[in-house]
Design a protein around this ligand. Structure first.
Ligand SMILES: [Zn+2]
Length: 93
């Protein structure tokens, strides 16, 4: 793959995106920009496949710490839940 900006051939490197989350990224040696290939993203999504479980009449999901950290979610945080295009959006208030 070539850099989309300067067309220099890119080097593949394994990078830590967040603590404990690794993805294969392509790095341009010239502009030092990182590009994550699609397979890297797939691996990232697969890492966060979770099963729902029941608490009373509700369904619960464990939110991995890595995901919670990205949006600054902590125990006891208030969140807004919404449904958008058949996906659940969790937003800290
Ligand atoms: Zn470049």
């Amino acid at each position: 793959m070539k850099c989309p900006i300067c067309e220099t051939p890119m080097k593949k490197e394994k990078r830590e995106l967040q603590k404990g989350i690794f993805a294969l990224v392509e790095v341009c040696p010239k502009c030092e920009d990182e590009w994550i290939d699609e397979k890297g993203y797939e691996a990232l999504y697969a890492l966060f496949t979770r099963k729902t479980f029941k608490i009373g009449g509700s369904l619960a999901i464990r939110i991995p710490k890595e995901i919670a950290d990205v949006i600054g979610l902590k125990e006891g945080s208030d969140v807004k839940l919404a449904v958008r295009e058949k996906k659940i959006v969790i937003e800290p208030t």
